[in-house]
Design a binder for this molecule. Structure first.
Ligand code: MLT
Ligand code: MN
Ligand code: ZN
Length: 303
């Protein structure tokens, strides 16, 4: 397993597929047991340079279920052990940090996040259940590479984003600010490069630059069209308003990386309303024809 190993623990956006209270067309198919749609947990990946020590990127509310489903992440040495050495957070959304609570029980690990995301954790005393004497909180500075000490080098970069939903004070939320609120991560090992961007409001020139030359790009696949949620009558919010890039339409991610040299492009953080989740749908076929993979839970990329 020497190489850059990437395990997709969860491929869905917040809420998962199906979402507990949702009867959108996609969720309705899953509730009915339709074989064309696979259930999915909320987005998270695990990355390793040796197949033994893993970095979790984002800790989803489904983390316990994801660990159970992934033998590589089971404890295998002594009375207490975990192959999970560290967790890196790309923002403070609930679907990215609630799983930290699953990692209690005094297991030594490091939590990497920007100063702003660490402040949100510090302001919520429930996260102190990760005892500070065993769980190290390490601040990532934008564009500064960090050697994790277990074969992976991670470098955070800011992408157009938005504050976490639970931090929104009013409807006058700023969308697309490029700050440490929302980051992408470059993970490098053995000369290979993964670029992970599960939430991003726009593919601008700097996002393209970060993605360029990646062996694997995992990108925000929240919705197919910008007005997907309003059209279904589920929410007034467009993808852009939620801080996400739609796949199609003006600025759509499907073609936004065209012309760049990228080994593999795959969508992750796919919302349950997104019709690409239905195998064989027109939208699924269009995305695949454009050279994108639609991730599923349990998918592994070996770079
Ligand atoms: C998002 O990606 O927009 C968030 O996960 C929304 C949420 O917190 O439910
Ligand atoms: Mn999310
Ligand atoms: Zn749904």
């Amino acid at each position: 397993m020497r190489g850059l190993n990437v395990a997709v623990l969860g491929s869905a956006a917040g809420g998962g597929v199906p979402q507990w209270n949702c009867r959108c067309p996609v969720c309705t198919l899953v509730w009915a047991g339709d074989a064309r749609v696979e259930a999915r947990t909320q987005s998270s990946i695990a990355v390793s340079a040796d197949g033994e020590r893993w970095l979790l990127i984002n800790a989803s509310p489904d983390l316990r279920q994801q660990i159970l489903a992934t033998p590589l992440l089971h404890p295998s040495k002594g009375a207490r052990h975990s192959p999970i050495e560290a967790v890196a957070l790309t923002n403070a959304d609930v679907d990215h940090l609630a799983g930290l609570l699953v990692l209690r029980e005094r297991q030594p690990l490091t939590v990497f996040a920007t100063g702003q995301t660490h402040d949100i954790l510090s302001d919520n005393p429930v996260f102190d259940v990760l005892s500070r004497d065993v769980v190290k909180r390490s601040v990532m500075r934008l564009n500064e590479a960090i050697d994790t000490g277990f074969g992976l080098v991670i470098r955070p970069f800011a992408v157009p984003g938005k504050v976490a939903l639970f931090m929104e004070q009013s409807d006058a939320v700023r969308i697309g600010d490029v700050t440490e609120t929302t980051i992408g991560l470059e993970i490098a090992a053995h000369g290979k490069r993964l670029v992970y961007i599960p939430g991003c409001a726009t593919v601008d020139a700097s996002v393209r630059k970060e993605a360029s030359g990646a062996d694997l790009l995992l990108y925000d696949g929240t919705t197919y069209t910008d007005d997907e949620m309003p059209k279904l009558g589920l929410s007034e919010k467009t993808a852009h308003r939620m801080g996400h890039t739609p796949m199609t339409g003006i600025g759509g991610s499907l073609s936004a990386f065209d012309g760049l040299s990228i080994g593999q492009k795959a969508y992750i953080h796919i919302n349950n309303t997104n019709p690409v989740l239905i195998d064989g749908s027109d939208e699924c076929q269009a995305v695949q024809a454009a050279g994108w993979t639609i991730t599923r839970d349990g998918m592994v990329f070996s770079l």
